[in-house]
Design a protein around this ligand. Structure first.
Ligand code: SF4
Length: 379
């Protein structure tokens, strides 16, 4: 199996998206963000690809930008001009901050392939510099607007892959791994230890195993709004199909009725929560345990005894009798949520999934109030 940082990241974000993009290879339309990022990468590649340690002037760098500019995906000329002007500003800032310390890189846009847990991992390292005084720094350009939280950089999979690639391909351990955020003009630098590489191996093995097992469930996430595969995604497809004419009007009626009942159930539950304390308080004040209405009664049942949640004392009593298992059980929904949360190490996750106890949530229908997806499929 062949994977890359992007494909692993896509799978971890949403397995269904991985299937559309890498298994089915569905075409996607170019976007301003992709073309803008591509143009900056190309311009910086040319900026650093020199046989002498003298930086090209800012004018030369901006000329290069015009030569390598990617025009695909912009809505119109005005949008493209705005992006191009932004790219010029980003490069001007880059030039201010890097021209003086300019030197010939140790590697530039270096393509590599390494074997990790039986998977061929490929990638491209934007740049590697020699650190004055000794050592190496790997640099990857980013065109995100904002810096990520520091913890994310510490665990960044791409940097772990690059570290391992440098070790396997060149036999060096890069001292510094840097994500260079071009828009704010800031670097975030980190390093990798053996523990990071072990984690990388586990993540690669887990993703490869799940892909091989055909596990491609959609996973709603904050990037869904920008996902090109929404018209094919099981979570959003129906909304798009309805734009063309309802494919199953009978089911729309069923869903409408279900939504209406679900809302009424919520409303009823909320009202019951409001009424119960009033009845309790009245019973308490006047010494009643039962209040009659016109057609039934509300019984004010007081707690008869209060037991603490199951604890070690209870366990100590029941376990010797072989009865402990009868009072503890795994909550499948909570366990499933824990597994999906991705806070567990991959081997623990897999051990839970492979455990003899069935680890599966029940089928459930959840009401999601109208959202942009359903209202504006083209958006
Ligand atoms: S829309 Fe969201 S859930 Fe559906 S494939 Fe895209 S990322 Fe996955």
């Amino acid at each position: 199996m062949r994977l890359s940082y992007s494909s692993i990241n896509t799978y971890e974000t949403c397995p269904a998206k991985y299937r559309f993009q890498y298994e089915e290879r569905l075409p996607t339309a170019p976007s301003p963000a992709l073309s803008f990022g591509d143009s900056l990468h190309r311009a910086l590649h040319r900026f650093h690809a020199r046989p002498v340690p003298i930086a090209p002037s800012l004018g030369e760098l901006l000329e290069t930008l015009d030569e390598v500019w990617v025009s695909d995906g912009y809505a119109d000329q005005a949008e493209e001009a705005a992006y191009r002007e932004h790219a010029r500003q980003v490069l001007a800032q880059y030039h201010r901050e890097n021209a003086e310390a300019y030197r010939i890189p140790a590697a530039l846009e270096f393509r590599f392939e390494i074997e990790v847990e039986g998977v061929t991992l490929s990638g491209v390292i934007d740049r590697m510099d020699r650190i004055p005084g000794g050592g190496y720094e790997i640099i990857d350009y980013k065109t995100n607007r904002r810096l990520p939280p520091r913890e994310r950089v510490e665990r960044d999979l791409q940097l772990s892959i690059y570290h391992l690639a440098a070790r396997e391909v060149w036999g060096i351990e890069p001292e510094r791994l840097t994500l260079y955020y071009l828009l704010p003009g800031q670097r975030m630098t980190t390093a990798r230890t053996r523990a990071h590489i072990d984690e990388l191996r586990r993540r690669v093995a887990t993703v490869a195993e799940r892909i091989a097992a055909g596990r491609f469930e959609p996973k709603q996430n904050p990037l869904c709004d920008w996902c090109a595969f929404r018209p094919r995604c099981p979570l959003f497809r129906h909304a798009y199909e309805r734009q063309e004419g309802d494919p199953a009007p009978r089911m729309t009626a069923v869903v409408d009725e279900w939504i209406s009942l679900k809302r009424r159930t919520r409303e009823i539950a909320r009202r019951l929560e409001e009424l119960a304390p009033l009845i309790h308080a009245f019973c308490e004040e006047h010494g009643y345990r039962r209040l009659f209405g016109s057609d039934g009664a509300a019984v004010d049942r007081r707690p008869q005894h209060v037991t603490e949640p199951v604890d070690e004392r209870v366990r100590g009593i029941l376990e010797p009798l072989g009865l402990w298992d009868r009072v503890v059980s795994v909550d499948p929904e909570k366990l499933s949520a824990l597994i999906e949360s991705r806070i567990l190490p991959p081997e623990v996750e897999d051990a839970l999934l492979a455990s003899r106890r069935e680890v599966r949530t029940r089928h459930a229908l959840v009401l999601r109030e109208a959202e942009r997806a359903a209202e504006r499929p083209g958006g």
